[in-house]
Design a binder for this molecule. Structure first.
Ligand code: UGA
Length: 437
């Protein structure tokens, strides 16, 4: 979408017909700020297709951004990439030059495999096209994907051939030089600096992507480990986080203690990294520990509830927020869903609210008479013995805590993201319990 906005002709292909139909009618299949505006503004430069067709032959650059979901053994599934490469190869024409770009997060060596596969397929079908392969990992976050695309902190290109680097430099020039019309819905962040384009070999580019996600995941797990210590010694992790984050070597981002990370990236990518290490008999105890700490955070919430309510069987627990983080309707690996499943296992009745992820959560959790879904957080809280705030949607910061305390049966408020002021919660009559404070 961002590529079309800066002036490129972009043809999308996805095998999911429903997604393509939505995009064609100007609607975004996921909740992502700004997408629908850009679909409208750039409609004349966008095309949407259910399968790879002849139009690929006319492309200069072909981006592969298919999913690489985890397999049962933790390794990332690359089958969809290989299938896409073979389908692309069928369309390429004699005498033409293409740059084939792997944007998906892929196991180390995949770019080499793609280069080999495209070369072999072209030879087998006697096509005389030249294809340069490049690894170009993306660092977009769900919920701010367009902002991250327009205003990246760096662009990484891993390629063996300078022709591939040239092609990507041309593709990204408007972002590198910030020469495009900034969309009204996605303003340029204050103090934004022009991003560098870093060129490297494909293998290093592949490692950069995994290392970046593993480091961010680790940073969150680190502060969660410190949060546990804060609870023991009577410190406040929110203060500790502020105090250490001001050191520029540490930085303030990704230091919010709480229920930990979920989503489609950190859980999958840390697992894939461990699986890659184990192929070499190489242990990665730090990455492993980040996962152990992360998944312990979900169990901690249950322990806090048990501490306050004792047995959870027959209790009613309200859960505020189901998406894996605010700003998205994605519930993949959402900590909230894990907490809900544990509560159900322990015999609790669960009432849930989310401003936009209710439908996706319902699909993921299935029909269960012990789960009730609410569009109104106050209706959800009626008669609850305890509330767990699992996702820090901005609207939750403005909730009337006094009203909660009136309509609930109990008074327990577990702030799984440390976003409510403990003093205010206590003044409203709630039994406030944070994480690490
Ligand atoms: C992550 C990376 O941040 C992106 O750079 C990367 O491109 C993307 O994965 C990917 O590989 O595709 P994303 O999964 O969308 O992006 O979400 P994040 O904003 O990184 O949040 C991940 C999880 O960490 C969320 O569950 C969030 O609640 C949690 N988190 C984040 C914390 O628990 N504490 C924090 O301080 C920050």
């Amino acid at each position: 979408m961002a590529l079309a906005h800066v002036g490129h002709e972009v043809q999308f292909v996805d095998l999911d017909t429903a997604k393509i139909e939505m995009l064609r009618s100007g609607r975004s299949p996921i909740h992502e700020p700004g997408v629908e505006d850009l679909l409208k503004i750039n409609a004349h430069r966008l095309g949407f297709f259910e399968k790879i067709g002849e139009f690929v032959a006319e492309a200069d650059i072909i981006l592969i951004a298919v999913g690489t979901p985890p397999k049962a053994n933790g390794k990332a599934e690359t089958r969809f990439i290989e299938e896409a490469v073979i389908e692309v190869a069928k369309q390429l024409k004699d005498g033409a030059v293409y740059t084939l770009v792997v944007k998906s997060t892929v196991p180390i060596g995949t770019n080499r495999r793609v280069a080999e596969l495209i070369g072999r397929t072209l030879r087998n079908q006697n096509t005389n096209a030249e294809v340069f392969v490049a690894s170009n990992p993306e660092f977009l976050r769900e919920g701010s994907a367009l902002k991250d695309a327009f205003f990246p902190d760096r662009i990484i290109v891993g390629a063996e051939d300078p022709a591939a680097v040239d092609a990507l430099q041309r593709l990204y020039r408007p972002f590198l030089e910030q020469t495009f019309d900034v969309p009204a819905s996605i303003p340029r962040p204050e103090g934004f600096m022009l991003p560098p384009l870093i060129t490297t070999d494909p293998t290093s580019a592949e490692v950069i992507k995994y290392a970046a996600n593993a480091f961010l995941a680790l940073k969150i797990s680190f502060i969660n480990e410190i949060a546990g210590l804060c609870e023991k010694v009577g410190a406040d992790v929110v203060e500790v986080s502020r105090g250490i984050g001001l050191d520029p070597r540490i930085g303030p981002g990704f230091l919010n203690a709480g229920l930990g990370w979920g989503g489609s990236c950190f859980p999958k990518d840390t697992l894939a990294l461990l699986a890659m290490g184990s192929e070499f008999g190489y242990e990665m105890p730090i990455v492993e520990a980040s996962r152990v700490v992360n998944f312990k955070q979900r169990a901690c919430i249950i322990k806090k509830l048990q501490h306050e309510l004792k047995a959870l069987r027959g209790r009613t627990v309200g859960v505020l927020g189901l998406a894996f983080k605010p700003g998205t309707d994605d519930v993949r690996e959402a900590p909230a869903l894990d907490v809900i499943r544990r509560l159900l296992d322990l015999g609790a009745h669960v009432r849930v609210h989310d401003p936009i992820a209710l439908d996706n959560a319902h699909k993921a959790l299935g029909d269960d008479p012990e789960i009730e879904y609410f569009n109104d957080p106050y209706k959800m809280a009626e008669g609850a013995d305890a509330i767990v705030l699992a996702t820090e949607w901005p609207m939750y910061k403005d909730l009337s805590l006094g009203r909660f305390s009136e309509i609930m049966r109990g008074r327990v408020f577990i702030d799984g993201r440390n976003v409510i002021d403990p003093g205010e919660a206590k003044a409203a009559g709630l039994q406030y319990v944070g994480v690490g404070r």
